[in-house]
Design a protein around this ligand. Sequence first.
Ligand SMILES: Nc1ncnc2c1ncn2[C@@H]1O[C@H](COP(=O)(O)OP(=O)(O)OP(=O)(O)O)[C@@H](O)[C@H]1O
Length: 443
Amino acid sequence: MGFRPTSEAFPLLIVINPNAGRKTSREQLTKTIQPTLDNAGVPYRVIETTSKGFAQEYFRDNIRQIFIDLVQSLAGAASSGAVSAQQGDTEGETGTGEGTTTTAATAGPPEVELKIMVIGGDGTVHEVINGILQGIHGSSPSSGPPFVNDNFRPKIELSIIPAGTGNAIATSQGVTNSQAALHCFLAGKSVPLRLVQVSQRNNTSHANTTTTSTNSNGDNDSNSIQGAWKPVMYTAVVNSFGLHCATVFDAEGYRSFGNVRFKASALKNIAFLKQYPARVELFGPYQKYDRPSHQLIANTNTAITSSQHDQQQQQQQQQQQPSVTLPGPFTYLMLTKQPSLEPGFVPTPFANTSDEWLDILAVQNAGRGQILDILGDAVKEGLHVKRHDKVDYYKAKVVEIETPAQGRLCVDGEFLDIAAGPEGRVRFEVVSDPNIQLFHLSI
Ligand SMILES: Nc1ncnc2c1ncn2[C@@H]1O[C@H](COP(=O)(O)OP(=O)(O)OP(=O)(O)O)[C@@H](O)[C@H]1O
């Protein structure tokens, strides 16, 4: 079920979620986007989502064929026929993908760039990204074996027309309406979109299992449960635990309230405020916000070592021993790649979609008055970080969380229920996979 390019220029794929936000996507498409693209001579193909999960499944099952068609269209366009794609067997229709190859006749990988426009909110973007990565990495039976490698390293330019409720990714780039987003698209401005890989131990295969030991806190040492980390999903916006997660979860039940459902849910969860037991560990280098000097300070524990052997040893140590442990319990915990989650609400003001850091906002054991103050200041462009002693702010590259009882995480608006203890431990890591380059547009 692949795309056949209708012209030499491969069509822009427009993914539209008619159900996002205030349900204005279709109107935005017909009134603003289509006339502008037609005027600019940009060919496009519209893919309308029909239900939750549609976009993810669509890209997971079709991304391979989309790239094959894209490469073929490039080959057709190039007079020398520099790029060619060969389809070994019935990819797409059967979903096996066996034997599919993409080759470049010239030296070096072909320059392949796929443009996708999403008219929707962060949830739709999340689905598109996860579908693409599942399809590319072959992590589902229908996606076939991985097909992106050093010889074929496509770029994906993701343009986001903010039509959802929060629109965190677009808002964080200063893109607040479809006109601004279209302007960015036509000007071809893009910045790297770094993602967070969310992984859990692959406990079905304990090939490397070592004995479970007990650390100095008397807890089981989770690093000794040695099932390999297995990506569960990728997030582009926010991972949370505690009050924020409970608020998003309960807001689903208040859908009939429209856009005030988050406010209603937050008020309920603050009125019945809970503390959420967990231990959070940061691994490797990190930066911590220093309130007196109002700046992020890099940790200096990572001494510079001279020999390669020393560096390897240091790296190994950093991977095994946490640099920082936050003991909890947590009132509010967020791990983000976007500074702003909705216009005005800036919980992690130093987050940057393109950097290699994961921003961590941790509030441990706060009372109702304290959390109200903190959230009140977070809607004043992130003042809470400067003002409140209960706010810990870090930037790290690898973060793990473990809960003593069954716990729930919110991952870009979806939910991950985790088992108690080391078995349920979850790892968050900023990835920049050189074999798939996701970009998005910025002003
Ligand atoms: N046709 C559809 N009908 C119902 N739900 C859909 C449809 N298409 C997609 N969805 C689901 O709608 C949900 C909400 O979409 P999206 O996140 O884009 O908007 P939002 O929640 O309003 O915005 P934001 O995430 O920016 O706050 C997503 O989980 C998506 O899977």
